[in-house]
Design a protein around this ligand. Structure first.
Ligand SMILES: [Zn+2]
Length: 229
């Protein structure tokens, strides 16, 4: 087929695939830099049973991701604050599920941040390692049939872990927390933050008591996702 006398093959050559990839890379980089818009950040005082925090609300206009962030201390948080990136777990955090240890980890992290000089808890709205609430329940259904937590995600057509930490890194930069002591058992979180320019100067283990119901779940996280448990 010819358009205005230009052969089709010639049209396809106008933008070379490598050039297209470069343009796309530039657009994505620009979008990522715009993740936190300081004029759209909400902030309020937040007394809790763990102590006094400031509660921030951040919006990511690229994909509408939201994050609630509890902050101890006044930004810039430049004295190596303790930081926890907690992925939303409705079943664990709110319903006190025994299928995972998320609720206890959340409380332990809030306790440690409350006792510290400076600290941050980012509550990341990425339920079920990023697959969403209903898919997480579908994954539980598969686990009831003997499939482990990683294979369940794969069978549903997702990656074992769909989370991204670029928005979290932007939030930390906004708060002036460029060097952090990260409370985590997940080496992927450390790699994710460092790739986005946040220096993890220390990993603070976060190991809590857990029920027999989540023994297999934690063993899979250790063996297949490399968690340091
Ligand atoms: Zn959980």
């Amino acid at each position: 087929m010819e358009r205005a006398g230009v052969p089709e093959r010639r049209l396809q050559q106008v933008v070379h695939p490598a050039r297209k990839a470069l343009i796309l890379h530039g657009i994505l980089a620009a979008m990522r830099r715009a993740l936190v818009d300081p004029t759209r950040v909400a902030r309020a005082s937040f007394p809790s049973r763990f102590g006094e925090f400031e509660l921030y609300g951040f919006e990511n206009e690229v994909d509408q991701e939201e994050a609630a962030v509890l902050v101890k201390g006044t930004p810039p948080l430049d004295r190596d604050p303790v930081v926890r990136i907690h992925s939303q777990c409705l079943t664990g955090d709110t319903f006190h599920s025994l299928r995972c240890d998320c609720g206890d980890q959340l409380e332990e992290a809030l306790q440690r941040i409350a006792e510290a000089d400076q600290g941050v808890l980012i509550y990341q709205a990425q339920e079920g390692r990023g697959i969403g609430l209903v898919n997480k329940i579908r994954a539980y259904e598969l686990q009831d049939q003997g499939v482990d937590t990683v294979d369940a995600n794969l069978q549903l057509g997702f990656e074992a872990d769909e989370r991204s930490y670029s928005f979290c890194a932007e939030i930390l930069k906004y708060l002036g927390a460029l060097r952090v002591r990260l409370m985590s058992n997940n080496p992927e979180k450390i790699r994710g933050l460092e790739a986005e320019g946040i220096r993890v100067v220390e990993r603070v283990p976060l190991v809590v008591q857990h029920s027999p119901y989540c023994r297999d779940y934690l063993r899979t996280k250790k063996e297949k996702l490399g968690h340091l448990l």
